[in-house]
Every structure is written in C-alpha cells, then in structure tokens.
Design a protein around this ligand. Structure first.
Ligand code: NAD
Ligand code: WQD
Length: 342
C-alpha cells in the first residue's frame, strides 16, 4: 500500500511542487493548510499535473486541539513534511509575535502529536538565513549559525533547536532539517508556481511581474558590494529540484538505518549568481528588456552566499540539475499563465 505522507503547507509554493513529486513517486499525500498564503485552486492544478487530487484539510496548525483531533482521526501517517509557516522577512519585523506564534507553536504542536500518535519521521523547512553573512564561502552544514537578522530568521534557528532537542529526548523520532537557499522558478507545466500576495519582496517574482507590466520598474538593491559586478550574490535553486530533495529525504527517513536521528542538509546548487546576472539571464532567455534601476542597498541584506552541496550530494544522492536559464524561463511561463499573457 502507498505510504501516507502529511504535507503541511502543501498548497503553498514549495509544498505544491513537493506534493506533485511525492505523488509521482507513488506516495499517498494528505495536505494540511489554512490557506493563509495560498489558494484552494492549487489542488486542481496539482491534479492536472499528477492525475491525483490530494486529500486536503483546512485548519491552523497553531491550534493545538484541531491538530490533535486531526492526528487522532488520521492513522497511518508514516512521515511529515512541515512547510507551513509565515515567511515574509519584513512583515516579521513588524509583527514578531505573529511569526513566533505561527512558526514555533505549529512545530511544537506537530512534535507533541508525533510523540502521542507515534508518527516517527519529520522533514522540516529551514533556511540558509540561519548562516547570516558567513565568513567563509561556500557554506557547509558545519558553518556556524549566526544571530538572526529578523524574527522570521530567528524562528528557523529556534525551530531547528526545538527539533534537535526533541529528537534527542525521544529515541524513536527522526528528523531532517533542510536549509534551502533561494528557491525560484515553477513547474514546467506552468500550472503551479509562486504567487506572492501584493508587492513581491523576492527578486524573481519582482522580475516576472515587472516583465508582465504589473510593476513599473525593478529596483536593484545595491551595486557597491564586494562582488564582481557590485550586486549581491545568492544561490538560486529550482523549486522542482528542491521538491525532489524532499522525496529523497522521506525515503531516507523511511528506509535508512545507520544514520543520525537528526540531520541537516544544505539545499542549493553550489553556484552563486548576482542580481545583475539574474536580470541579464532573464532578458536573454525571454528576449524581454527589463526596466530596472540601481538603488541603495536593502536594509538587512547580506552581500553574498552560496552552498557547499557536497554533503547533500553524497549522503542524499541528490543534486540540483536545472540550469539558471531553464529556471528563469519556467518562472516567466508561470507568470504568463497566471496573467493570461500569450
Ligand atoms: P508559502 O507561503 O507559499 O507556503 C506556506 C504554506 O503554509 C501556505 O500555503 C500557508 O497558507 C500555509 N500556512 C502557514 N501557516 C500555517 C498554519 N499555521 N497552519 C496551516 N497552514 C499554514 O511558502 P513557501 O515559499 O512554500 O515556503 C515553505 C517553507 O519553506 C516555509 O517554512 C518557509 O519558511 C521555508 N522557506 C522558504 C524559502 C523561500 O524563499 N520561499 C526559503 C527558505 C525556507
Ligand atoms: C535576492 C537578492 C536582494 C528584490 C529571502 C529571505 C531568506 C529566504 C529567501 C526564507 C538580494 C535583491 C530583491 C528586489 C533586488 N527566505 N533584490 N530587488 O533576501 O536572499 O532571501 O528569501 O527563508 O530568508 O531573506 O531573497 O529574493 O528577496 O533577494 O535587488 O526587488 O535580490 O537585495 O540581493 P533573499 P530575495
């Protein structure tokens, strides 16, 4: 019988792509999402891609009673992928308690239910934000974490600690924390992708919305960094590659024996691209001239980061495969589909 996997936040950006990859690998997926940052229509689009409409429940995982009730009436969950969280860095500075409550309480509720209902495996969405600006690049999993730049970033750091301590105290539980670098792009079908509410904070949605005419101009935040062209460098990873790493992580939790019960992996490509390289790459692959201007640095931004992927490549047997141009084109195809552009 197909193994049952709970995907929290499964109608969101990374979650929806992961649901498709899990279904295509033969898993039986159940999604829990309160639709605070996603739409119910995503379920139909997942079905269009995989042929299977995933089971879905709408409730808030920060609600202890509802979470416990869900686990009590849903036996047989073999593993959880916990994406559900609030993720806007700027908003977290304005509303720290919302972020601490949503992100910390939902993980704690899930872990308590895992112990109570004997659901032994969890994959957690962490972030390269836990490294801050590292002294040595590329960053390995051993690179020391830094004090977070935002309440959002701090929720990732504290949640990693909550996981680590809980796994140490409960010998049957296993967890993998995946530190994503910058997830970008969309499914090649253009049926699912990233759909930010309001004005995007992230670079690639801002680029595609500018190309689509929704934004007048892209602001490039800073050209005076210590990088070859002066703009900041990140490790942009295709969301489908990222989704596949979750399937591999689930397989590892469900099958491997001789491994640590709490593991951390960097999920990136190992390559850094500057903001201006992203702009040029988008223009090249789409043939669209982007209206952009250089402005001052954005507060809280780091200068450069990219991943050392050796540990993930070797231990997970996973590697990011898609190139930057293919990824940027997928983001543009998704934007065109959403906006009805031919
Ligand atoms: P997203 O906002 O698209 O997806 C998160 C989903 O969780 C949304 O559908 C939202 O409705 C749901 N949700 C939020 N709080 C909930 C709650 N209390 N109960 C039930 N559902 C809830 O975000 P995403 O980009 O897909 O990110 C997924 C995870 O990856 C998050 O934990 C995020 O912090 C982490 N992450 C994202 C990035 C990125 O750049 N996108 C980078 C690193 C880490
Ligand atoms: C990328 C680069 C900007 C917008 C954030 C979170 C991080 C993680 C991923 C979750 C930077 C520049 C951007 C624009 C620009 N999320 N930029 N003009 O800041 O690396 O990471 O998302 O964990 O925690 O902080 O991603 O896409 O916002 O920015 O010049 O309009 O693009 O300055 O150099 P970032 P981003």
């Amino acid at each position: 019988m197909a193994k049952k996997i709970l995907v929290t936040g499964g109608t969101g950006y990374i979650g929806s792509h992961t649901v498709v990859e899990l279904q295509e690998s033969g898993y039986n997926v159940i999604i829990v999402d309160n639709l605070s940052n996603s739409s119910i229509d995503v379920l139909d689009n997942i079905e269009k891609i995989s042929g299977i409409k995933p089971a879905f429940e709408n409730f808030d995982l920060a609600d202890k009673d509802k979470t416990e009730d869900f686990f009590a009436r849903t036996p047989g969950i073999e593993a959880i992928i916990h994406f559900a969280a609030s993720k806007a860095v700027g908003e977290s500075v304005e509303k720290p308690l919302l972020y601490y409550r949503n992100n910390l309480v939902s993980l704690m509720n899930i872990l308590e239910c895992q112990i109570k209902f004997k659901v032994l495996n969890i994959v957690f969405s962490s972030s390269c934000t836990v490294y801050g600006q590292p002294e040595i690049l590329p960053v390995t999993e051993q690179t020391p974490r830094k004090d977070a730049e935002s309440p959002y970033g701090n929720t990732k750091r504290v949640n990693e600690d909550i996981l680590n301590d809980t796994i140490a105290a409960n010998s049957q539980l296993n967890a993998i924390a995946l530190r994503y670098f910058n997830p970008v792009g969309a499914h090649p079908s253009a049926l699912i992708g990233e759909l930010p509410l309001g004005i995007p904070n992230n670079l690639v949605p801002f680029i595609t919305q500018t190309a689509a005419g929704l934004r007048g101009e892209l602001k490039v935040f800073g050209d005076d960094y210590d990088t070859p062209d002066g703009s900041a460098i990140r490790d942009y990873i295709n969301v489908v590659d990222l989704a596949k790493a979750h399937v591999v992580s689930i397989k590892r939790l469900l099958t491997s024996k001789n491994k640590a019960s709490y593991e951390v992996f960097n999920l990136g490509t190992g390559n850094g691209y500057s903001v201006l390289e992203m702009v040029n790459g988008f223009e090249k692959v789409t043939g669209i001239k982007l209206n952009y201007k250089i402005v001052a640095r954005r507060a809280g931004d780091i200068e450069k980061i990219w991943a050392n992927t050796t540990f993930a490549n070797k231990e997970l047997g996973w590697k990011a495969e898609k190139g930057l141009e293919e990824t940027l084109l997928s983001a543009w195809n998704w934007e065109k589909n959403v906006r009805g552009i031919k």
